[in-house]
Design a protein around this ligand. Structure first.
Ligand code: FAD
Ligand code: NAD
Length: 445
């Protein structure tokens, strides 16, 4: 069978490697318009902020390695359209040559695009997005300019907060704008998000919430120098737009069934409404075990898993995705936040009736040095008491704890079951009555 995969980032690579390793009887063809593959965007801010040296380490797969495993792979090759009836992919390479690839099965792994607000002045130099390696590199280079002192970041989600920290670490004046009333509002309830807001402010980042950019103004050389907003105007020599992703559905939007935001609607095998077409990663939907419905959650972790599932199904082993919790995390100036499932706010937006339990305590017994407070919130359905979300925050690295909540949601555990769960105790790590147990024990009955 001939399998053509469009998109060779995290989802496409995971699918290809599964096929090449475990089902090598198939012909695997990979096409991507970019010059590179496997770029870990999560490292962009670390390089820009000089916490990590150089971009080279952010690539984990090479074209040659995939070729050695038997794949045929063309980079700098843009798929222009697909004839879904004849099962042919049409593409154009960097030299303008037109190519055709027939397929038995097609995998769309075309990812997502940053949302581009159509504001006056948005074509000025110095206005950036932060999706690709090339874009991360451009921000990095731009920050070296002496005439870049004021940085405006539009969107205080994960990308915005991370790049704001990085620009501050490079000594710039940083202003961070968001339409919501806190940072990270898509992931955390207000009592958590405001902690991150304080961390940002204490480290010199000027936060502007409930404030939307309305335009950009430039100098005589066409370089951005100012951002105007619903509340004022500010000097800005560099702008990063980070107000979220939309699925890249360009190739299949007129043929395949779509989710509300345009993502390809897939089943638990990653199959679209066309049985010969699979969709994986940021261009596709997924099933949330927290909301128990189809959702769109753009994360590398989801992209990789959906690629694995598609690979096995295409290879001949029918497996189902077990759904996701959308677990995520962030670490800013040493302050760590992790969450999984739904916050109270996100649950209520979906019409779910929920309760929550909050607890704060030291990570380790008070007699231990190097101790930090940990804040936890567990969200559960009012009626069934099923756990549907958790948030944790601390200067301490407590991030691994969130995986347990991910499993709890996956397995539909209740808050009462969690209260009696065996959790080990050692002073080096935690307390005998630790905050997870106590949060569960103190949940309203
Ligand atoms: C700055 C940044 C930081 C991030 N940090 C994290 C993190 O810490 N944790 C996390 O889980 N997620 C993180 N993410 C999100 C994560 O990067 C995405 O969820 C992930 O890249 C999705 O992978 P994908 O393979 O589905 O799509 P993409 O990475 O979007 O890749 C799609 C590929 O398809 C190719 N393509 C598209 N259209 C065509 C076409 N017509 N022809 C040929 N090729 C085409 C593109 O060139 C691209 O290579 C971050 C994202 C960014 C931008
Ligand atoms: N640490 C991580 O796991 C990590 C890091 C980076 C990116 N990602 C993922 O990549 C994707 C894209 O990240 P992102 O930061 O662009 O999206 P995001 O959803 O995390 O944040 C977007 C932010 O923009 C705000 N916003 C929306 N419209 C606005 C407007 N017009 N003006 C001002 N603010 C506006 C929203 O309130 C939100 O806070 C997300 O799915 C994210 O989870 C994850």
């Amino acid at each position: 069978m001939k399998i053509v995969i469009v998109g060779t980032n995290h989802a496409g690579i995971a699918c290809a490697n599964t096929l090449l390793k475990q089902y090598n009887e198939h012909e695997v063809v990979l096409l991507d318009r970019n010059t590179n593959l496997s770029y870990l965007g999560c490292g962009t801010a670390l390089v820009v902020g000089r916490q990590v040296q150089g971009f080279d380490g952010l690539f984990y797969e090479r074209k040659e390695t995939l070729e050695e495993k038997g794949a045929r792979i063309s980079l700098e090759t843009t798929v222009t359209h697909v004839d879904f009836e004849q099962k042919i992919v049409y593409a154009k390479d960097i030299n303008g040559n037109e190519l055709e690839e027939s397929y038995d099965k097609l995998v769309l792994a075309t990812g997502s695009k940053p949302i581009a607000p159509n504001l006056p002045g948005n074509d000025l130099d110095g206005i950036h997005y932060l999706k690709l390696y090339q874009e991360g590199k451009a921000v990095d280079v731009d920050l070296d300019r002496d005439d870049v002192q004021n940085v405006a970041v539009i969107g205080a989600g994960y990308i915005g907060v991370e790049i704001a920290e990085a620009a501050k670490r490079r000594g710039k004046n940083v202003r961070l704008f968001d339409a919501a009333d806190t940072s990270l509002s898509n992931y955390y309830d207000k009592n958590f998000a405001t902690k991150m807001d304080s961390v940002l402010q204490e480290n010199g980042i000027e936060t502007h919430f409930e404030e939307l950019a309305t335009g950009y103004e430039g100098d005589e050389n066409g370089r951005v120098r100012k951002v105007t907003t619903t509340k004022g105007e500010y000097e800005a020599d560099l702008v990063v737009n980070a107000i979220g992703f939309i699925p890249n559905n360009d190739l299949g939007k007129d043929h395949l069934e779509l989710f509300g935001n345009g993502a390809y609607l897939v089943d638990l095998h990653q199959q679209t409404s066309d049985p010969d077409v699979y969709a994986i990663g940021d261009c596709a939907t997924l099933y949330s075990n927290a909301s128990q419905q189809t959702e769109y959650i753009a994360l590398a972790s989801n992209a990789v898993r959906s690629g694995l599932v598609a690979g096995h199904n295409l290879g001949g082993t029918a497996i189902k995705s077990r759904g996701v919790q959308g677990s995520n995390g962030i670490s800013i100036f040493g302050y760590n936040m992790v969450s999984t499932g739904l916050s109270v706010k996100a649950a209520e937006r979906r019409g779910l009736e929920v309760e929550y339990t909050d607890y704060s305590d030291l990570q380790r017994p008070a007699f231990m040095e190097e101790n930090d407070e940990v804040q936890i919130r567990i969200v559960y359905e009012k009626e069934s008491r099923r756990i549907i979300g958790a948030q944790m925050a601390s200067m301490h690295d407590m991030s691994m704890g969130i995986h347990m909540f991910s499993l709890a949601i996956d397995r539909q555990e209740t808050i009462d079951e969690l209260a009696l769960l065996d959790l080990f105790f050692l002073p080096h790590f935690n307390q005998p009555y630790n905050y997870i147990t106590l949060a569960a024990l103190t949940a309203d009955k």
